[in-house]
Design a protein around this ligand. Structure first.
Ligand SMILES: Cc1cc2nc3c(=O)[nH]c(=O)nc-3n(C[C@H](O)[C@H](O)[C@H](O)COP(=O)(O)O)c2cc1C
Ligand code: SF4
Length: 478
């Protein structure tokens, strides 16, 4: 049975452990920074030289670390794509927006062990020749911003930040920037616009890949809080050692937020892929199972944008056999290893690492209506399919949950969602259409039954004259 493996959250919940620098340093804090700053240029067997910065980047690549913010993109690869030849400054931004519904892991690091994030960031900045960095924190987290500001001041006072850090000739400043609470500020290019003082309109890629044209049109690295905290451990233990944690291509540990209809909602740090979805929900060490007398109905495995799973589903995922060959095997939903690749092969994603559990008391139409209302509210409005489509979907779902549905609403919703995905500037288009597509794909009978019931109700009362009830139009032409 898998256990929690606390690497990043090792001290976070220990009695007496406090977020101040003295406590952090008593527990070995900032030793990794000292180690990183003492790296010497190395001679490689091929006669080339490897700078300390290149060594840090190499360790991160060797570690196999994948971004913990949502897409699971290789951190080493992201860093390797940074334009180092432009002569422009390189910026680093820590994405602490944590806005994906269901996700509450980054704030554990920020609130309970902020210096770990700061140390990881300084090491990452040093490794990428960054001299100015930002932590972009969600507006609704004022306490987190206060804690981080205090931690930065403490780090500055010890010369872990500022000019000529620890006498090693390296300068770095980190600033906190507070967002104003829009979900789209979590999207890296929207975040960059917001940081520049503008409205958070995501930029189109290409050409605006942050690694080339990011903050102030300079090369910029955007990484999630948990990703940067992991960098500290990678440089401390070595990339190869870190890669032994987790499973191949899904290395290290991951903090999973489990919420919804479980007995023990909470956050759990596990080796990636060593615990299954079922264990994270049902095991006493994790979610503790469903409320008494309830059955599982659905699971959103990676934050609200991830496609929903229906209880009882089976999937074909690729497993490596003893001969090293990948062969497809059938796996039950609850036996899916909680890792990037397995969930992707099952048609969804581990996204921000947030598992939302729904038992059989859930009104699935109302649940989707709730999500869609969020997305309609949060669309930045730049792209017509996203701006209009997210609102139409929300209105149609509102109709269905308020007794004014139509049997064809399920197909209507699918048509709108299909018209959004792949046709927008940023991945919000997918984020708002995937829940609709997957909920209706997996629970179409419930959506159609709701629409049919409403139609029957209205046609039976049609002879009685106008009912006075208003039909909310989903769009002018529908
Ligand atoms: C609509 C939307 C919202 C996002 N919100 C967040 C967020 O709150 N936090 C985050 O770290 N990444 C978020 N992301 C992902 C970021 O764009 C970016 O990929 C990530 O910060 C990169 O960090 P990583 O490589 O360390 O995961 C979001 C993406 C989209 C499309
Ligand atoms: S997809 Fe939506 S959120 Fe993203 S840029 Fe377009 S309108 Fe804005």
């Amino acid at each position: 049975m898998p256990q929690e493996y606390r690497l990043i959250l090792k001290h976070a919940d220990e009695p007496g452990y406090t977020p101040d620098i003295d406590c952090y340093m008593r527990n070995g804090g900032y030793e990794t920074l000292k180690k990183a700053l003492s790296f010497q240029t190395k001679d490689l067997p091929d006669g080339k030289k490897q700078t300390p910065q290149e060594q840090i980047r190499q360790e991160v690549t060797t570690s196999g670390l994948r971004g913990r913010g949502g897409a699971g993109f290789s951190c080493g690869l992201k860093w390797s794509l940074v334009d180092r030849k432009s002569g422009k400054p390189i910026y680093m931004i820590c994405n602490a927006d944590e806005s994906e519904p269901g996700t509450f892991k980054d704030r554990q690091i920020i609130h309970k062990d902020p210096h770990q994030l700061i140390e990881g960031m300084i090491v990452a900045c040093f490794g990428n020749d960054v001299h100015l960095a930002y932590i972009y924190i969600r507006g609704e987290m004022p306490e987190g911003a206060r804690i981080l500001n205090r931690a930065l001041a403490e780090a500055r006072a010890k010369n872990f930040l500022g000019k000529n850090i620890l006498g090693k000739g390296y300068d770095l400043e980190i600033h906190i920037h507070r967002g104003a609470g829009a979900y789209i500020c979590g999207e890296e290019t929207g975040l960059i616009e917001s940081l520049e003082g503008k409205r958070a309109y995501p930029r189109i890629k290409p050409p605006y890949f942050p690694a080339i044209l990011g903050l102030y049109m300079c090369p910029t690295i955007v990484n999630n809080v948990e990703t940067l905290a992991a960098v500290k451990h990678i440089v401390q233990m070595g990339g190869a050692e870190y890669a032994k944690l987790g499973t191949p291509n899904n290395t290290g540990t991951r903090i999973v937020s489990v919420s919804g209809h479980v007995k023990k909602p909470g956050y759990f740090e596990v080796e990636v892929g060593k615990a299954t979805l079922g264990e994270l929900i049902f095991d006493e060490k994790f979610g503790g199972g469903l409320r008494d007398g309830r059955k599982l109905k659905a699971i959103i495995p990676g934050g609200s944008s991830a496609k929903v799973f229906k209880a009882g589903e089976k999937f074909k995922v690729k497993r490596k056999g003893p001969d090293g060959q990948l062969t497809p095997v059938e796996v039950d939903l609850l036996d899916l290893p909680y890792d990037f690749d397995s969930l992707q092969q099952a048609g969804s994603m581990s996204g921000s690492g947030a598992i939302i559990v729904m038992d059989d008391s859930t009104d699935i139409v109302a649940a989707l209506a709730n999500l869609s209302e969020f997305y309609a509210h949060e669309s930045c409005g730049q792209c017509t399919p996203c701006r209009e489509g997210s609102l139409w979907m929300s209105k149609a779902l509102h109709r269905l949950t308020n007794g004014h549905g139509r049997k064809q609403d399920a197909d209507y919703l699918i048509r709108i969602a299909q018209g959004i995905q792949g046709r927008t500037i940023c991945a919000f288009g997918e984020a708002c259409s995937w829940p609709v597509l997957s909920f209706i794909n997996k629970f179409k009978d419930e959506f159609e039954a709701r629409g049919a019931r409403d139609e029957a109700k209205h046609s039976s009362s049609a002879g009685a004259g106008p009912s006075g009830e208003m039909r909310i139009a989903a769009s002018p032409q529908h």
